[in-house]
Write a protein of this length. Sequence first.
Lengths: 326, 366
Amino acid sequence: SEMTVRDALNSALDEELARDDKVYVLGEEVGEYQGAYKITRGLLQKYGPDRVKDTPITEAGFTGIAVGSAFAGLRPVCEFMTWNFAMQAIDQIINSAAKTLYMSAGQINCPIVFRGPNGAAAGVAAQHSQCFAAWYSSVPGLKVLAPYDSEDARGLMKAAIRDPDPVVFLENEILYGQAFPVTPQVLDKDFVLPIGKAKVMREGKHVTLVSFSKMVGYCLKAAEQLAKEGIDCEVINLRSIKPLDRDTLLASVKKTHKIISVEEGWPQCGVGSEISAIMMELAFDELDAPVLRVTGAEVPMPYAANLEAAALPQIDDIIKAVKSIA
Amino acid sequence: ASPTIKVEVLPYKVHRIEAPSNVVETNVEELMGFYKLMYKMRRMEIAADMMYKAKFIRGFCHLYDGQEAVLTGIEAAITLKDSIITSYRDHCQHVSRGGSIVSLMAELMGKQEGATKGLGGSMHIYNRKNNFYGGNGIVGAQIPLGAGIALAHKYKGEPNVCITMYGDGAANQGQKYEALNMAGLWNLPAIFVCENNHYGMGTAEWRAAKSPNFYTRGDYIPGIKVDGMDVLAVKNAVAFAKAHALANGPIVMEMDTYRYHGHSMSDPGSTYRTRDEINAMRTERDPIERVKKLLLTNGVDAADLKKIDKEVKKEVDDAVEQAKLGKIPPLAWLWRNMYMAPLGAGMRGVLPDEYHVPAFDPSYKS
């Protein structure tokens, strides 16, 4: 059967709310409006206003409230209408949620999930189109997950909610409506994916393509086309950006000896920069070509469709990058 | 039990609520307890000041002397099942919530016997078991956190409140208003305690706040202004506030108080206020002297108080000496308690091939 990423997230939230009464959802428009992107559809009706809490448009305030309630033993799922708005609350995510367990010498943990759509959507311009994967993944104390398909969405969301640490959960608006095949195992109410483990989506022997979120789909499409030309790409879906599954990346490079990172975020100090540094530090002798990065262009996101497309990696860009070292 | 003493405190100023009576009941036994706790706080902070100047303490260090009546009065009106969260000026909460002076001093000196094992320092002391959610180094960030702790009390059906303490400087932060708004909307059992010591670092309240009537600045949230130099006025008002918060939702308390020291150790505290002002506070409004006078007029022997002074001073001095003997934390502790579920992930050290698997080990025994 097939399931959209939206339904995968919705069903995961629903099942976790049913499983543990310490779990509650809060954020802007999560209740009566049914979610700005309908991820929380039906949950207010099922669990009531104490467990599906509409907040005013005050990110710093409701994020701090969510974090405080997690310190005191609840398990909030804090929705940001988009991650762009979480910049208003980034202090609470980093200084309060990520650091308190360490600062308190292990006394106060913070079991919270911060979630919402991240990165570029379509035609929403500069202030609504930023990828925050690199920002949050640089912070010790946070875990950062980015699902690609419905299997990821269900398994990682459940893992995030059950985890005792703060998890930044980066979704993608464009993927919400996409349907992916799901097995009965994925639909099990205890289907939990391991945090910190990448998934090899396609095995290959010539070049490794490593990416996360929507770009996994682009990498798979690029690999399909390249296969027709005799270039065999391995495609890795990171799933977890922190912890980063270095072992899977290193094992792949040992086989392909070439690696390209693909992300929508900006290049400087991006996720690809980290992967590139890891390869230099831990796998230099395995490399038969420089590590390449395919990234979002280093500009604020423009509005016009043609300019927007030019600012984001396209399948052709990935193919070009592969051919330059294959 | 010793006989009841009735004391008239300064009348409360109120906002959208009826003032409680300003006649407070107490007795010699309770007053002795207040005297001892406040004097302990005072001596502790003076000792911290000396240890800082002697370079046993590094970094930031914010002292509470002058403000002792606020915390002492709060603790007298609540229990350890109620929660407290505060700013970086948090040494005294550690002790009022059951922590030892040795573990405070050891923390300030970065020792493994410290309250947070030398990992938190002056601004980051916690006691989860006794519902002390810590100091917070970010001005005002504790305010929404406190509202969230209150939300958890309510969610779990507990008959408890969260006391959120912040200064007049933090009272202008935007997130305070966000937290007040939601606390009001959701009727959270939250008591927002603005300790108005009249200076946010070196900025006088009137230079930072268009309205320095902090007890009115919750707008739709009721408020009460209290003489924060009078432990009895505080105790009475907090008991009133707790009953209100449990029945009706949040309340703002403005405690009119004063810090004798500068903002932190780098501030002599004399460039933006006059020596005369500080001296006048000490001679006319000192919270410990006030209780001492009450005790003396109610038949307590001055010699008994002297004895307490001596004992407290010795307790603090001994704690300092004991803390000095503490050990520095082992390097392995660098990698403890970053995550409760570390998942075997390697965290990078300073050099490229240096990866450490962090451990969750709140006992630091492994």
